[in-house]
Design a protein around this ligand. Structure first.
Ligand code: FES
Ligand SMILES: [Fe+2]
Length: 365
């Protein structure tokens, strides 16, 4: 059993467009899975190991709603039950592979790797901006060679933008502005406002695109973590002093601004690799398909900068197994994020979680 991720949770295992009438192999929480769509379009997920001699079923064939093993031809239906065996009439009743609860929502295929009886579709993380007609955008999946929690750490503290993404979204104001961190039972939120600043290059160009305006702005980043592995970041800029900053009990007025959501859900593959699904959705210039394309490719370039940092960090963690990590103020959001994950793991293991092998969190002395 791993001590780094809970199993009783929904994890994104593919973008909707990745799953079709071909067998797709994926690893989620150290479980090998095979994904496909039934004839009616609904997704199905089976354990990717034949009951007979363990050949991955993803190396077999999909016919109708049934998967034929590519070695000796056992056939399984979409529930994982064997329906045919070569050269014999009676089918051994124990011949089956595990099938996993699956939900398709907000452009992702979600799998529940833990106890099937607990798989409540209402617990799928909120990523609605990804297919809401009031928002436009697109995203990608990248495989990152690091503990999924390092990606979450990276997103919970955006001061790194100043140093990692200086040519696009980074600016000194991000590292200087104060922030507020709060949390609930399943969520942790970090809110940061930067008042009356020059927009960084990325936001200056979005403001021109969305509103045809230029000038000083109030900029916001509201990072919301939903345990165990999803972070939706409400980001944007509005012309300075036009009411975007919620004050004196008044609602925020963002009509003189542009708003985006950076949607992230990170699925552990193993303890040191993960599948990072992201999308960028915007609420302006909705019909501008070229902008959708440019933003997706632009964000992909920005995330490539993170990927290099994260993989180097993971390698350094493996090289220094005894290093103790101290937390700074900027780590408040990620400390809560890790605490909520640890609580989920503890609930599953009855509090017998072995000590964390990677990045123990200890408050600064
Ligand atoms: S290994 Fe699948 S049928 Fe033998
Ligand atoms: Fe980043």
């Amino acid at each position: 059993m791993s001590s780094t991720f809970p199993l009783n949770a929904w994890y994104a295992c593919a973008y909707d467009v990745e799953v079709g009438r071909e067998l797709l192999a994926r690893t989620v929480c150290q479980r090998k899975l095979v994904l496909f769509r039934r004839v009616d379009g609904t997704p199905a997920i089976l354990e990717d190991a034949c009951w007979h001699r363990l050949l991955p079923l993803s190396k077999g064939r999909l016919d109708g709603d049934e998967v034929t093993c590519g070695y000796h031809g056992l056939v399984y239906n979409a529930d994982g039950r064997c329906t045919r065996m070569p050269s014999q009439e009676t089918i051994n009743p124990s011949a089956c592979v595990r099938s996993f609860p699956v939900v398709e929502k907000h452009r992702f295929i979600w799998v529940w790797p833990g106890e099937a009886a607990l798989a409540d579709p209402a617990l799928v993380p909120d990523m609605h901006w990804n297919d809401d007609p009031a928002w436009a955008g697109d995203g990608k999946m990248i495989r990152v060679k690091c503990d999924y929690r390092l990606v979450l750490d990276n997103l919970m503290d955006l001061t790194h933008e100043t140093f990692v993404h200086g040519s696009s979204i980074g600016q000194q104001a991000v590292a200087e502005a104060p922030f507020v961190a709060t949390h609930g039972d399943r969520t942790a939120t970090v809110t940061r406002w930067m008042e009356n600043i020059d927009p960084p290059p990325f936001w200056a160009s979005q403001l021109r695109h969305g509103l045809g305006r230029e000038g000083q702005v109030d900029r916001w980043q509201i990072i919301r973590f939903e345990a165990p592995a999803t972070i939706a970041i409400d980001v944007g800029v509005a012309l300075t002093g036009t009411g975007a900053i919620p004050r004196d009990g008044k609602d925020s007025d963002r009509s003189q601004g542009v708003n985006g959501y950076v949607l992230n859900t990170i699925t552990p593959e193993t303890e040191t690799t993960c599948l990072y699904f992201w999308a960028f959705a915007r609420n302006y210039a909705l019909a501008d398909q070229r902008l959708t394309h440019e933003l997706r490719e632009g964000v992909a370039r920005i995330f490539r900068e993170d990927e290099l940092i994260l993989e180097a960090q993971q390698q350094a963690i493996l090289d220094h197994p005894d290093h103790r990590f101290y937390n700074l103020n900027i780590d408040a959001g990620s400390m809560w994020m890790r605490r909520l994950i640890d609580r989920m793991i503890e609930r599953e293991t009855g509090g017998t979680t072995p000590p964390q092998r990677v990045i123990p969190l200890r408050p600064a002395a």
